[in-house]
Design a protein around this ligand. Structure first.
Ligand code: ADP
Ligand code: MG
Length: 239
């Protein structure tokens, strides 16, 4: 589904991603971990073709289509979704109007559907009349990201620290909703960026990668996660 080959990314002339290779097949769940500043968010911005994240060398292919030269809108049309580490606030556009526009068809059914999802995510329906993310708490913004994912039903989702800053109840709700989505849409793939190893109690990943200094320096399975927990990144990086 997603193939990244020999990727180098420059932001304002700084090389942020170096020689990165990654292959994510249909239905696979990959976890990406790594110390702060290693380039995890930059990788997600590069895949979703954010401006200024310039591909200097290498290829990104999604379902056999080269996406290097596409813009963000075109990438999202292919079925790629990014849940932001820091979701933005949009003053002047209500949640309801924003979410309504995510529906491609069945526009007449959207109200009932949005309400149903709000219930699942424990989002107060009053929030639908508020401006998009405006003044929302960190956890509320993250729930809003998952709400959009459940509406859009992407083929490939990148979740950038969806679990950071959440209280225990919200964490459970978010993980359970991701789990529910994976169960319902078995051919969808995920790149989950996280520092929270509790995620494996809900979601079983196929691979775990460690990104360090713009490079994937280690790929493994749950054993690698245990090692990270036990020894920290530093020792693994120095191996
Ligand atoms: P992570 O998500 O792994 O914590 P980031 O991808 O956010 O790391 O950042 C990787 C490196 O790239 C950092 O050193 C950061 O300062 C730098 N970087 C990211 N975006 C920009 C930008 N727009 N301009 C300049 N430097 C950036
Ligand atoms: Mg980040």
């Amino acid at each position: 589904m997603l193939i990244i080959k020999n990727l180098y990314v420059k932001i304002k002339n700084n090389l942020i991603i170096k020689k990165l290779n990654l292959k994510i097949n249909k239905g696979e769940i990959h976890i990406l971990m790594g110390p702060n500043g290693s380039g995890k968010s930059s990788l997600s911005y590069t895949i979703t073709r954010k401006v200024n994240y310039n591909i200097y060398k290498g290829k990104i292919k999604f379902n056999n289509k080269l996406i290097n030269k596409l813009n963000t809108y075109e990438v999202s049309k292919l079925g790629i979704f990014l849940s932001f580490q820091y979701p933005i606030e949009i003053y002047g556009i209500t949640m309801f109007n924003f979410l309504k526009n995510l529906f491609k068809k069945n526009k007449n059914k959207y109200i009932k559907y949005i309400f149903k999802l709000c219930n699942k995510l424990d989002i107060n329906k009053k929030y639908l009349n508020r401006y998009f993310n405006y003044g929302f708490s960190g956890g509320e913004k993250k729930k809003n990201e998952i709400l959009q994912m459940l509406i859009l039903k992407p083929k490939f989702s990148i979740l950038d620290e969806i679990d950071s800053g959440l209280d225990i109840d919200s964490l459970k709700i978010i993980f359970n909703n991701i789990k529910y989505y994976i169960k319902k849409k078995k051919d969808s793939s995920f790149l989950i960026i996280t520092h929270n190893t509790n995620i494996i109690n809900y979601i079983k990943p196929n691979f775990i990668h460690i990104l360090y200094n713009g490079k994937i320096i280690k790929t493994g399975n749950l054993h690698l996660l245990n090692k990270i927990n036990k020894y920290g990144y530093k020792n693994i990086i120095n191996f």
